[in-house]
Design a protein. Structure first.
Length: 331
């Protein structure tokens, strides 16, 4: 067929938001194992900032975006779980979701239940699947049981607000941190059992008080450099430090020997894309997320919407910590 055209956001070199350029690209037919999808909404995530800035190095030029929802327009050979006309959503490699239309691998694309809107689908896949693998698959010794304390940094963000609700449904005592009283109130409203404003309080001291000096079984940390050292000291013996992001910058190298005196604690660095490496694991995680959302246990809060052409401002606001909940680009 004749290639179609699509608007897309591309960078030719790494740098600040000013590198994000609106361009027109050609989109052809899907090859084996691929689909062509027309987006209705696109998700915005901190990983997009890492890729734009060069913290995560990728070949240039680069079309950004890891998450979107829309309708399948064409299906390549060998794709059996999707058909033309399906409503679908994804969080997926390679980048490229900041556009109207794209061809992409079908592995991580899931049919979107009719009860979930395109905007919600675009907002929830990367963040919701991240919350799923953290709370269900990234577990301390003995797992997580009702009543257990966990510490979740950036609790008012997109992943955080989903995790607050899911943790409450699981019976966990989630201690959420955030950088303002308003964000703390938002985390509490969404299910955090305790909240700490880390800009005015020592979160380590508060965690010790809340847990009666015992510490938490696991810390989920997407902040990185600024929260790392104190987070390790929040852990109970044999606790798990689960790093999954670096919003404040990457964690400095450290000597493994330090983990022993702190209580024989564990450290892991998780990424979503290891968990969704196969069609089966992607679908199982998505089914769990879809059930949590359609049952009402988890509500996906979209607090910011920007037209695709205003993506530079969206990135500025995300980096300036001006956003709460989820952010989408509208088409």
């Amino acid at each position: 067929m004749t290639p179609q055209t699509s608007r897309a956001i591309r960078i030719d070199q790494t740098g600040g938001p000013e590198q994000l350029q609106l361009v027109t690209v050609q989109v052809g037919d899907p090859g084996p194992g691929q689909i062509r999808i027309r987006h209705h909404a696109v998700g915005l995530n901190f990983i997009d900032v890492y890729q734009r800035s060069g913290l995560y190095a990728l070949p240039m030029p680069l079309q950004l975006g890891m998450e979107a929802a829309g309708v399948v327009e064409a299906v390549g050979e060998g794709v059996t779980h999707l058909k033309v006309g399906d409503r679908a959503a994804y969080a997926s490699q390679p980048p490229g979701s900041y556009c109207d239309l794209r061809v992409m691998p079908a592995t991580c694309v899931c049919r979107l239940p009719d009860a979930i809107s395109f905007e919600t689908g675009a907002a929830m896949m990367l963040k919701g699947l991240t919350a799923q693998y953290l709370l269900k698959r990234t577990l301390p010794q003995g797992g997580l049981n009702p009543g257990d304390f966990v510490l979740f940094h950036a609790a008012a963000g997109g992943v955080g607000l989903i995790a607050c609700q899911w943790a409450r449904a699981m019976g966990l005592q989630l201690i959420g941190t955030a950088g303002s009283d308003a964000k703390c109130a938002l985390a509490r409203e969404h299910g955090a059992a305790h909240v700490i404003n880390y800009s005015t309080e020592d979160f380590l001291a508060r965690v010790k008080v809340i847990t009666g000096g015992r510490g938490v079984k696991v810390v989920y940390d997407s902040v990185g450099k600024d929260t790392w050292d104190k987070s390790l000291d929040c852990l109970a013996p044999f606790g798990l430090m689960a790093s999954f992001g670096n919003a404040s910058g990457p964690v400095a190298p450290f000597a493994p020997g330090m983990l022993g005196p702190k209580g024989s604690i564990y450290v892991t660095r998780q990424t979503l894309f290891t968990h969704i490496a196969t069609r089966e694991s992607t679908q199982a995680m998505a089914d769990d997320l879809f059930a949590a959302v359609t049952s009402g246990q988890v509500h996906i809060r979209i607090d910011q919407r920007y037209p695709l052409a205003e993506v530079q401002q969206a990135h500025r606001d995300l980096e300036a910590r001006k956003t709460t909940g989820c952010t989408i680009l509208t088409l």
